[in-house]
Design a protein around this ligand. Structure first.
Ligand SMILES: [Ca+2]
Ligand SMILES: [Ca+2]
Length: 91
């Protein structure tokens, strides 16, 4: 019959923790070694989050152990674990 099977498989792979680390570090646009909420929003946007602002808020809440409003390099591991559990896929 005349219709095509819509079974397009994008080349998506589950994101690894290494990849997440790279994405978060690249999202530190002002290179101060800290991830602000704005930078987190950008990172989650790159990961394909439906509502990056919400994920930035949740991720920050989860990882920001010293409550200074930014994720530093000591807190990054927690952020990576949080993002990893969400099971993002990257192309
Ligand atoms: Ca920064
Ligand atoms: Ca912090």
């Amino acid at each position: 019959m005349g219709f095509q099977v819509k079974n397009i498989t994008p080349r998506e792979l589950p994101v690894t923790e290494e990849r997440l680390r790279a994405i978060f570090m690249e999202s530190d646009v002002n290179k101060d070694g800290l991830l602000s909420k704005k930078e987190l929003k950008q990172a989650f946007g790159r990961l394909g989050a439906l509502i990056p602002a919400f994920r930035a808020y949740r991720g920050l809440h989860h990882a920001d152990a010293n409550h200074d409003g930014v994720v530093d390099k000591d807190e990054l591991d927690e952020l990576i674990k949080y993002a990893y559990r969400l099971g993002y896929k990257v192309t």
